[in-house]
Design a protein around this ligand. Structure first.
Ligand code: 7TS
Length: 409
């Protein structure tokens, strides 16, 4: 599929915002949705909608097949051994909270350690703070190098035989760095810890093979990878998930219910209490078909080129500070920046008037913002539908912003 065909799949891109053609550079927050996904969700509601795993009627069977078919697509997408290892959740946040509330709460005690990094998203910090508080375990941070990357020496120095959980993002939503999670998983395992990977910013953009990474858990969100909001995935190794208790109890997840005790369904359903996110899963399945059709390697290459182009062009704007490594080889497709003393919200407002959507704020990474010594930053993030022309418009917009706030230069 060439870029014209790809863009045609995204009807939302074909509109004017504030009288200018929309330039959408906020895909790290949420991606746009291709027709394939919109149509799959519509077809589900028009033709299939019914509850799953319950009735014997035909629509119920079709809905169950569609839901479980989506699970198989996810399994293949991440190369899990079995669909029993693929749990549908609301998104990355719920997936990480499930590991913290179920696995960590049951297995951690005083003296144990949980290791994360300074660059984590709040949803990979707060669940661990909470479980550390409840169990008496200690939360430790792997420091960052000057350019925002992680060194394996620092990982080795932080992870000890007392470490029970290591949880790291594969791609940073602020620095754009790609972390060596496979090597970190190996260090975690040498110390007897389990490895959790936050794949929110990697699963949409690069091929992930959970068996090759040898991670114990992987969390990601459908809405960042062309799928609907409200659906996400928790992958876990079967032998770990089998020993874990569900965190939501009710319909769908039980086997037998007695008056005073109950037993659970087998994996993965014991973690999917209540009516599941059926249309969301169907939409995610269609998103995976779409991403496979374009090719994850092609998407990664396209974004890599865009990031290299953006780094080069944006660096020419006077007063520009770019966060994270300047070597494009170390980065994924997003660039976080500040323009002299102009507040990032002002940058985003001027760009919005030009039809350009970027994000401004702390990007749910306040500890990292403090490490960067920035109270807030602006961020442009790219996906398969972005072009060099989008980046040219961003740079033009930034020059305009600079002129607009010329008194601070
Ligand atoms: N982890 C990372 C690395 C993320 O970037 C995000 C969302 C999450 C977890 C949480 O995902 P959710 O789908 O459960 O909300 N990141 C962003 C962002 O960068 N801007 O808006 C949301």
């Amino acid at each position: 599929m060439n870029i014209v065909d790809i863009r045609q799949q995204f009807p939302i891109l074909d509109q004017e915002v504030n009288g200018k053609p929309l330039v959408y550079l906020d895909s790290s927050a949420t991606s746009q949705k291709p027709l394939k996904v919109i149509e799959a969700v519509e077809k589900y509601y028009r033709e299939i909608n019914s509850n799953v795993h319950r009735g014997v009627h035909t629509l119920g069977t079709r809905a169950t097949d569609a839901y479980e078919g989506a699970r198989e697509k996810v399994r293949k997408f991440i190369n899990a051994k079995s669909t029993q290892e693929v749990i549908f959740t609301r998104g990355t946040t719920t997936s990480i909270n499930t590991v913290a509330a179920s696995y960590a709460a049951a297995n951690l005690k005083e003296g144990d350690e949980i290791v994360i990094t300074y660059m984590e998203h709040h949803s990979n910090i707060i669940p661990w703070q909470q479980v550390a508080r409840r169990t008496g375990a200690q939360l430790k941070y792997i420091p960052l190098q000057e350019d925002g990357t992680i060194s394996l020496e620092d990982v080795r120095a932080t992870v000890t035989p007392n470490t029970k959980i290591v949880s790291v993002m594969q791609v940073s939503n602020v620095l754009g760095v790609i972390n060596p999670v496979k090597e970190i998983a190996q260090i975690a395992h040498e110390n007897g810890a389990v490895m959790v990977v936050d794949g929110a910013q990697s699963a949409p953009h690069m091929k992930i093979d959970v068996q090759d990474l040898d991670c114990d858990f992987l969390a990601f969100s459908g809405h960042k990878m062309c799928g609907p909001t409200g659906i996400g995935v928790l992958y876990g190794k079967k032998h770990l998930l089998e020993k874990m208790e569900p965190i939501e109890f009710g319909g769908e997840m039980i086997d037998f219910v007695q008056l005073y005790e109950s037993t659970w369904k087998e994996l993965p359903w014991k973690f999917e209490g209540g009516t599941p996110i059926i249309a969301g899963a169907v939409g995610l399945g269609a998103a995976i078909d779409f991403l496979n059709e374009v090719g994850l390697d092609n998407i990664a290459e396209h974004e890599h080129k865009l990031a290299a182009y953006a780094l080069e062009k944006m660096s020419t704007v006077e007063g520009m500070t770019i966060y994270g490594p300047l070597d494009p080889a170390k980065r994924a497709g997003l660039i976080t920046f500040n323009l002299a003393d102009v507040h990032p919200h002002d940058v985003a407002t001027v760009l919005d008037a030009e039809g350009i959507a970027v994000r401004a704020g702390h990007h749910c990474a306040q500890p990292l913002m403090r490490w960067l010594k920035a109270s807030a930053t602006a961020r442009a993030s790219f996906y398969l539908y972005n072009t060099e022309e989008d980046i040219d418009k961003l740079v033009e917009g930034l020059v305009k912003t600079k002129e607009y706030f010329s008194d601070v230069f």
